[in-house]
Design a protein around this ligand. Structure first.
Ligand code: ADP
Length: 240
């Protein structure tokens, strides 16, 4: 079973890489054959080559990241405050959100967990990035944090295009995209949610999806909360 999914992955990767490469090769060939005979054409063709090369870089970056995460145990296991990561993600996404006329709000916290800071950052950024990317002009992204029964709950809700029922189970698979052209147009690789799912599993968490086409999507991640046992260490200190 492992071998099968491995060879399927290799064939998917090859296909994903081949598309931009074919287009880069095509434009370069046209230029070589003198089909760009003024500086405006040259610039236009170079622009296409640049865009496709950027796409290749995004793809290989995500593939490297995913395989690193799939191989890794937690490389770092430190206290991390999710509210701080959410606030930072808002800053990172501010420009894209403004351009898409999507408003982002974060509520709740503190929400302390233990884990790998960089991975948790990536988890949150990926979810919020999708919530902006698959939204509509004038839409909203609401991120909320809460703690209950020893679990931290991170909820990312958007008012976007939603995900049809028949696709909902599959969107966490590598390279799976509901609408390939929309995903590509916004720089998507189809690996974001596969990466998210692995990060959640590495942190002994759970992920749940609720989505209504045309209304929006809500993704909920629950992780064990981290409680600093200050009282205990003080007591231990005075004992000694
Ligand atoms: P991509 O790079 O294409 O965004 P992801 O793995 O992050 O890849 O997501 C997989 C697919 O799931 C997307 O292509 C999109 O079709 C769908 N999707 C993810 N998040 C959302 C969302 N918040 N709203 C609607 N569709 C989404």
């Amino acid at each position: 079973v492992l071998d099968e999914s491995r060879s399927e992955f290799v064939s998917n990767v090859s296909h994903e890489l081949k598309t931009p490469l074919t287009s880069i090769s095509g434009f370069a060939e046209m230029m070589e054959n003198g089909m760009a005979d003024n500086s405006q054409d040259v610039r236009r063709f170079a622009g296409r080559i640049y865009t496709q090369a950027q796409r290749l870089i995004a793809l290989t970056d995500d593939i490297i990241r995913l395989s690193r995460i799939e191989r890794a145990d937690l490389t770092e296991n430190v206290p991390v405050e999710l509210r701080a990561l959410c606030d930072r993600a808002v800053e990172t996404l501010r420009f894209t959100a403004e351009q898409k006329q999507v408003e982002i709000a974060v509520t709740g916290g503190p929400a302390p967990v233990r884990g790998d800071r960089q991975m948790l950052d990536e988890l949150i950024t990926n979810l919020m990035d999708n919530a902006v990317k698959y939204n509509r002009p004038g839409g909203r992204v609401d991120v909320s944090l809460s703690v209950q029964d020893g679990l931290v709950c991170l909820r990312v809700a958007d008012t976007g295009i939603g995900i049809p029922k028949e696709h909902q189970e599959r969107i966490f698979e590598r390279f799976y995209r509901v609408d390939k052209s929309r995903s590509k147009a916004s720089g998507g690789t189809g690996l974001g949610l596969a990466i998210v799912k692995h990060i959640v599993e590495l942190h002994s968490g759970k992920i749940a999806l609720h989505s209504v086409p045309g209304e929006g999507t809500e993704i909920t991640v629950t992780l064990p909360s981290y409680v600093r046992r200050a009282a205990v260490s003080i007591a231990e200190g005075t004992d000694r």
